[in-house]
Design a protein around this ligand. Structure first.
Ligand SMILES: Nc1nc2c(ncn2[C@@H]2O[C@H](COP(=O)(O)OP(=O)(O)OP(=O)(O)O)[C@@H](O)[C@H]2O)c(=O)[nH]1
Length: 403
């Protein structure tokens, strides 16, 4: 991921799986975070949030968040969500995945695949009798689409790749990286993928089609990891959820519609509810109708209690934390009181890859701060830390630079 770039999650799924519902439920919450200035970026782009325990509690200070929000000690750190439209099964065989689809796919760091776990819609999203369609079929097809798209890019130029490696002594890693630079796949991902396959990188002329496909699949896993959101849990059989979970990890059982209903009830002042939590509280029971009470009870019993929440927030957080391996770090300019130049306490929260060093954090803040980086301090202990220190989730760090 490039320095300074906001983490971008692509939302994909066949028509009718509940993608728009998931998108709306993740990006239009009316809880205080909604005042965030760029919650709606465009028709299909929005800001969603990852929760983290705000260090203000541990440090016993009052925070003034700038690039994020703090609600009752929970910091909501922004990520971008893009609703990737136009997924059609088998497209790669014919005219190829739609241009718009590919363009948005290129930008995404990871994907959440919203699957209709109830089996009530077929591969194209048309309604069928409940449970008639096997939802696990939907999973394989998306992975296959992306894999074959990546394979196609390599296969088209395979002859020249082989020549460059075997006749001109170029490295296979460099040659493959060149083919994928336009679609934003990092050399590091390709290196990991090639090593994983254990194919002979000096003799690509010996590779057959399935070897190239194997490499494409490894690159897919590294560069576009997928989380399955097994949606419509309220009308899905437990067996379907189990089948999907068995076929793909990670899978999160999700009730996107329930999440939206809870947020609406919160907006109307009927309940207290914060997205991601596994319970809500009815504010004034006399204000809601018997029907509404029944609906809320249904959500509590069949979704919140059973799956520990609606799964929308969990899907986003698992994608960022487990698939993208990210941590939250809090940079400050004055380590004695954890403030920036404006005197705001713990103003910013940044997402960084696990294994990031203080200099990576500097790069995320500003290229000039990175260029003129001198050293870093752990604000919690007040001690200077070495340049190769691996930052931890929740670290509060001061970067000293001559900028
Ligand atoms: N029972 C149930 N229905 C849901 C859930 N999430 C979405 N739906 C319904 O499924 C239908 C399709 O939802 P959308 O969010 O429009 O689906 P989509 O995937 O965006 O579909 P396209 O816009 O056609 O691509 C709607 O009637 C939703 O109300 C859920 O968790 N449970």
């Amino acid at each position: 991921m490039e320095a300074g770039k906001v983490t971008l999650i692509g939302l994909v799924g066949k028509p009718n799986a509940g993608k728009s519902t998931f998108f709306k439920a993740s990006t239009s919450s009316d809880v205080e975070i909604a005042n965030y200035p760029f919650t709606t970026i465009g028709s299909n782009r929005g800001v969603a949030f990852i929760r983290d325990e705000c260090p203000h509690k541990e440090l016993d200070v009052k925070c003034d968040p700038n690039n994020s929000r703090c609600i009752n000690g929970t910091r909501f750190v922004p990520v971008q969500l893009i609703d990737v439209a136009g997924l059609v099964p088998g497209a790669y065989k014919g005219k190829g995945l739609g241009n718009e689809f590919l363009d948005q796919l290129r930008q995404a760091d990871a994907l959440i695949h919203v699957v209709d776990a109830s089996g009530s819609t077929d591969l194209k999203g048309n309604p069928v009798e409940s449970d008639e369609h096997d939802p696990t079929e939907d999973i394989g097809f998306l992975e296959n689409e992306i894999k074959m798209w990546l394979y196609g890019i390599l296969n088209e130029k395979w002859g020249s790749i082989v020549k460059k490696v075997e006749n001109e002594n170029n490295k296979l890693l460099d040659e493959i990286s060149n083919k994928y630079t336009g679609i934003g796949i990092k050399k590091r991902s390709i290196k990991l993928s090639l090593n994983k396959t254990q194919l002979d990188q000096e003799k690509p002329s010996k590779w057959n089609k399935s070897d190239i496909v194997e490499v494409a699949e490894e690159i897919r896993k590294q560069s576009k990891p997928i989380l399955i959101s097994a949606n419509k849990v309220d009308i899905s059989s437990e067996e379907n959820i189990k089948k999907i979970t068995k076929k793909h990890q990670p899978t999160v059982p999700t009730g996107a519609k329930a999440e939206l209903i809870l947020q609406k009830a919160e907006k109307k002042g009927y309940i207290n509810y914060v997205p991601g939590e596994s319970s809500f509280e009815i504010i004034e029971p006399s204000k809601i109708t018997e029907e509404q009470k029944k609906g809320l009870d249904f959500i509590k019993e069949n979704i919140l209690d059973k799956y520990d929440g609606t799964g929308v927030q969990k899907s986003l957080e698992k994608t960022v934390r487990d698939l993208l391996n990210m941590i939250v770090v809090y940079p400050v300019e004055d380590e004695s009181d954890y403030t920036n130049k404006q005197g705001e306490t713990l103003p910013d929260a940044y997402l960084l890859k696990k294994g990031s060093t203080p200099k990576d954090l500097a790069r995320k803040i500003h290229s000039e701060i990175a260029d003129k980086y001198l050293y870093a301090k752990d604000a919690k202990s007040g001690r200077r830390i070495s340049d190769d220190t691996e930052l931890k989730n929740g670290d509060v760090i001061k970067i000293v630079s001559s900028a």
